[in-house]
Design a protein around this ligand. Sequence first.
Ligand code: SR1
Ligand code: MG
Length: 402
Amino acid sequence: MSAYHPLTAEEAIQLAKSLPGRFPDQAELECREIGDGNLNLVFHVTAKHSDHSLIIKQAVPYAKVVGESWPLSLDRARIEREALEMEHSLCPALVPEVYGYSDEMAYTIMEDLSEYTIMRKGLIEGNSYPKFAEHIGEFLARTLFYTSDLGMNQQKKKELAGRFINPDLCKITEDLIFEDPYRDSPNNSYPDSIADEAEALRGDTELHFEVTLLRHKFLTQGQALLHGDLHTGSIFVRAESTKVIDPEFAFFGPMGFDIGAVIGNLLLNYAATPGWAADPKAQQLREQRLVQMSQDVWNHYERNFRQLWNADLLDEMSRTPGYQDHYVLQVLQDAAGYAGCKMIRRIVGLSHVIDIDTIADATAREAAQRKALAIGKNLVRHHRSIKSIDDVIELVKQASGN
Ligand code: SR1
Ligand code: MG
């Protein structure tokens, strides 16, 4: 019989104490459950009168956001931990360190990042993160290159892919991102004020065609080990430092899905900006910064990825002239399409973003929702004809009326 049960705060303290070297011997520990995500318990363990602390993240056997009626495999905790370890080995400065774990109890003990801010919150506050694009570009390039058939032994990759079969979490993505927004699903949620937009999405078969192509790639292309849910709520930031967390949706999928997640979430904040910055000058500055950041994310990714390809390519046939350019363009087109899908789902689907939903003024909120949908649809519709990141930005501006 399984020993699994949700931890109590007291048990979390005992676990933290049992880890050698993490707290001074006589330390008096305190613990708070701080999980505000959709799926897990998160315990923050701190020592009184010292700066020692850690995080214990534990999966529950259902989606917390919905309740016990939506069962989820506890194996996702192992998948998340192994993905964190893999990402940390490839990008030590950009991913928290794992201190301990139990697969049976579905928990991981890891570095506490409470001195950081969740990026989504920081962007809403109008903060700028000048190092972010460089950091995330490096994270994307290294994690995607070294877990693909380009940078990893191809037999090893197949074995590794077996450890990242993640059916429950992939199913969430397949439904919530690639299906529900385009049909009358009980999972969907949107205000009456944009019911016309939701209805239009359901009837737009040309858009459905493009979404179906992207969905098929998500279902079938095991290109690299993805983070799988790389939105701005899965990234901690400080002015000089970036940390990627929460890879429980990790699986082998198309590279563009992770890159598109980052760009789509920056663009959701861009669509929300008039709701947060009343002064037109401040608004314009924020919008320019977000567009530039989206562009820079791609540029840093591409530069790093090409460098890794030129230095560390294992696959001989991939040295064929012209193949690198073809490959990189394909990833850009995918990234733009997935960015669009991610924007659409956050407006009409089950799980929204606070960038938009917490805009106080109803008119500004509705304008942001419509702008996000317009950008998302434009990216999805035209993703296959994109030739450069400038084309992506042009599609964004065109849909925003800028
Ligand atoms: C039921 S989980 C809803 C969403 O939260 C996660 O962060 C993923 O984006 C998922 O789609
Ligand atoms: Mg998450």
